[in-house]
Design a protein around this ligand. Structure first.
Ligand code: SF4
Length: 69
């Protein structure tokens, strides 16, 4: 699974950072970004929680990225 943060949509609510600091971090302007796009399997649950918790809808998941062609 891959994760992306839409920087323009982010409202600096920090829920993603609280739920999964291994993946999400804030930049100097307080906007979230994904420290790494590829989400390890053991973190997928918390990254999904973060995406649901982000009321700004700024976190996008690519659920198909790991499927083989
Ligand atoms: S939860 Fe959403 S709005 Fe809040 S910092 Fe993370 S991406 Fe931005």
């Amino acid at each position: 699974m891959k994760v992306f943060v839409d920087r323009n949509a982010c409202q600096s609510l920090k829920r993603c950072v609280e739920l999964c600091p291994e993946i999400f971090e804030l930049d100097a302007e307080g906007k979230a970004r994904a420290a790494r796009e590829d989400v390890p399997a053991q973190l997928e649950g918390r990254v999904r929680q973060a995406a649901q918790a982000c009321s700004a809808g700024a976190i996008q998941l690519d659920k198909h990225s790991f499927q083989q062609p």
